[in-house]
Design a protein around this ligand. Structure first.
Ligand code: WTA
Length: 669
């Protein structure tokens, strides 16, 4: 782990500027009632939540359906938190059945829009809670018929089709934890995750639509299955949704069509009574060392935390014709928590869009907002920067007046992008909630509340209820406002990760060792004189590419696994759209010649090993990597070189970075 402190220079100027945007005066009226309407209200409730978290969370939990009430709200034995001990519930029940039981079965739960357009019109599917209940129950029965039992991990590798939502909720219904793998990952990534989770069932699609092209999901699954078979980890069942009708290979006995299996099942399937601490899902995410780790979330704490944050942060109100849209893919935690699990319990329809923001053209998102009268819109800074680049005319063509709340997530947002979002998309009427959180936290931890918190571009503002966040030094002491340090959370919250699957030590080392007695998320941050939080990015070897986390070491091992590569060092570099791009410094085997062709091959190789998101934006060949006397790669030097590089120059020639390293040695070691 790098011991250098966070780089605070980039935010100094923002901090000095400090534009403040109050919530619009008519916000409450526009959303049909704001849950929290002033900073006074926020502070009072926040104080109560910190003073007596157990009472606070018990009150929240009581708003959900339980098969059996809990006995103890919290047991905290660092690093283990257990919430609502003894309680029995089911998140699928609280998302779907509960709405049906309460008489809302005919209201829209999911609105789905496909990517392809025919005659200028997309395919749209709407599911009411009742229809969703039926579809989920049917697929739950399919899973059971395939031998899936409570506790079995089901791997899901699909495009953004309604069946993805149905499959995950069906898993939750029968207590089979899901492990969803983003459709952009490679067959190697699937195989690694399947082995780690010891999963025997994969749910996939023939293909997925992406910018008019078909991503061959089933082919990738086949390749993974072959590899798994060879390593003695054979997959028993592959269930395939027919979506793109592309040609696929078929293995009899192992492969089944979703629609065929559904012919023989019942419409009803009771919800399994899950223990509060039974595992709900595994989601793999990158860390600074080794392979991605399986982040474990359990049932009750995750359920109440995601639902209550979604309610307050997006101000979701039933019966107000709200339509909520989060543009993330369900393969990431943002999709898990804020397309499905956190939204459905709030009885506001959640919109799912299948494809790319520029299919068929750059105005697609705004045509969706207009068509469905979207009220809450949640996206990533990297997307906003792409919209800016494409030009405001694409947004201006559409009626965006339905919008009420805008959100961002995934990385720090630069003030230019924030202002563009505010003016062009929000038309200066919509609060922007910049939500800071992680796969490990399950839900938002630091975020504005749209009707209460004055916002400043670039700051995620203040902690959510029950979140005891602080900026500390390595000793765990709080540092004065204005000073950079490590972000730490001092008390557990209901959706804190419960572990790294199969790796207790990594769980302890990563999150609970650097700062004694506290949860350490891996980010550096700073507070301003109002106490607002400013996230300064990762302090470990994790880079945030387009808001997606990648471990530099993962990319390095992918490069080194290529026959021409001896050694590789990967660092982040500034990138106009992605925020951070990937720069790779590579030393070659004697037989290999640096060339454009080899560069292209290496990029493809990384895409095959991990996925296209991990393709280096820049590759530089070097005779040797710059190292300190003790043999540590001088990443700071490489970062400097990468950020100062003109990517258009001839970069194929070998260069001797060790000379520069020698010059820098004194201040690095
Ligand atoms: C970064 C995504 C600044 C941060 C939900 C965190 C952010 C990592 C923000 C988690 C934000 C996320 N402002 N940085 N609003 N949101 N991050 O697990 O570095 O994919 O640790 O979860 O993204 O990424 P993950």
């Amino acid at each position: 782990m790098s011991q250098t402190g966070p780089d605070t220079s980039s935010i100094e100027s923002i901090l000095k500027e400090g534009r403040v945007f109050e919530p619009p005066a008519d916000f409450s009226e526009r959303v049909g009632g704001s849950y929290i309407s002033s900073m006074d209200e926020y502070r009072k409730l926040y104080e109560r939540s910190i003073k007596d978290p157990e009472a606070f969370w018990a009150e929240v939990a009581a708003q959900f359906d339980w098969f059996k009430p809990w006995e103890t709200v919290l047991e905290w034995d660092l690093p283990d938190a257990r919430w609502f001990i003894g309680g029995k519930t089911n998140i699928c029940h609280n998302c779907v059945d509960r709405q049906v039981n309460n008489g809302y079965g005919d209201e829209a739960a999911i609105i789905w829009e496909g990517e392809p357009m025919e005659g200028g019109k997309p395919e749209i599917r709407r599911y009411t809670y009742r229809e969703l209940q039926r579809e989920i129950s049917r697929f739950a029965n399919v899973l059971k018929a395939q031998g899936v039992k409570k506790g079995d991990v089901v791997t899901i590798y699909m495009g953004m089709v309604p069946e993805l939502a149905i499959a995950m909720l069906a898993c939750a219904r029968i207590g089979a934890p899901h492990s969803i793998i983003f459709g952009g990952f490679s067959s190697q990534a699937i195989a690694d995750r399947v082995i780690d989770a010891d999963s025997k069932t994969i749910v996939t699609c023939d293909g997925a639509w992406r910018r008019g092209k078909i991503v061959p999901l089933k082919d990738n699954v086949d390749e993974a299955c072959n590899q798994l078979e060879r390593s003695g980890n054979a997959i028993k069942n592959v269930i395939v949704v027919k979506r793109c009708k592309n040609d696929i290979q078929w293995t009899d006995g192992r492969d089944h069509w979703w629609h065929e299996l559904e012919k023989n099942v019942d419409d009803e399937c009771p919800c399994e009574e899950m223990d509060s601490e039974d595992m709900l899902f595994l989601l793999y995410t990158s860390g600074s060392t080794g392979k991605p780790k399986g982040i474990m979330h359990t049932t009750a704490g995750y359920m109440i935390y995601t639902a209550v944050t979604a309610r307050y942060v997006f101000n979701l109100v039933p019966n107000q014709d709200q339509v909520y849209w989060c543009t993330a893919d369900i393969g990431w935690v943002t999709g898990h928590s804020y397309i499905i699990y956190g939204v459905l319990p709030n009885r506001v329809p959640t919109l799912m869009y299948e494809g790319a923001p520029n299919a068929p053209d750059e105005s697609r998102f705004w045509s969706i907002v207009e068509r469905h009268k979207v009220t809450q819109f949640y996206t990533a800074p990297t997307a906003i920067r792409a919209f800016m680049k494409w030009g405001r005319e694409h947004a201006d063509k559409h009626d965006l007046s339905s919008l009420r709340v805008l959100g961002t997530v995934g990385e720090p947002i630069n003030p230019e992008a924030w202002m563009w979002y505010h003016k062009v998309i929000g038309q200066e009427k919509c609060p922007i909630v910049d939500t800071w959180w992680q796969t490990e936290t399950g839900g938002h931890l630091i975020t504005p509340l749209p009707g209460a918190t004055p916002t400043t571009p670039g700051s995620c503002t203040l902690p959510f209820f029950g979140i005891d966040a602080a900026i500390v030094n390595e000793k765990g002491e709080e540092v004065p406002h204005g000073t950079g340090g490590l972000l730490a959370i001092r008390k557990p919250w209901p959706s804190i990760l419960r572990g790294v699957y199969g790796d207790r030590q990594r769980f302890i080392d990563t999150y609970f060792s650097r700062i004694e007695g506290m949860y350490f998320p891996g980010d550096g941050a700073k507070r301003d004189d109002r106490g607002y939080f400013w996230i300064m990015g990762r302090v470990d070897d994790v880079i945030n590419v387009s808001g997606h986390r990648l471990g530099t070491m993962e990319v390095e091992s992918a490069l080194v696994s290529h026959e021409s590569v001896v050694e590789a060092a990967v660092v982040g570099m500034p990138h106009e759209i992605k925020g951070t791009g990937i720069a790779a410094f590579v030393t070659l085997e004697a037989h290999a010649e640096p060339s454009e062709e080899l560069m292209a091959k290496l990029r493809e190789h990384v895409a095959r090993e991990i996925g296209a998101i991990a393709k280096p934006d820049l590759i530089r060949f070097t005779d040797a990597l710059p190292k300190t006397r003790s043999g540590k790669i001088m990443r700071r030097l490489l970062r400097d070189i990468a950020s100062g590089t003109d990517t258009n120059q001839d970069v194929t020639t070998l260069e001797d970075l060790t000379v520069m390293a020698k010059l820098r040695e004194s201040d690095e070691s």
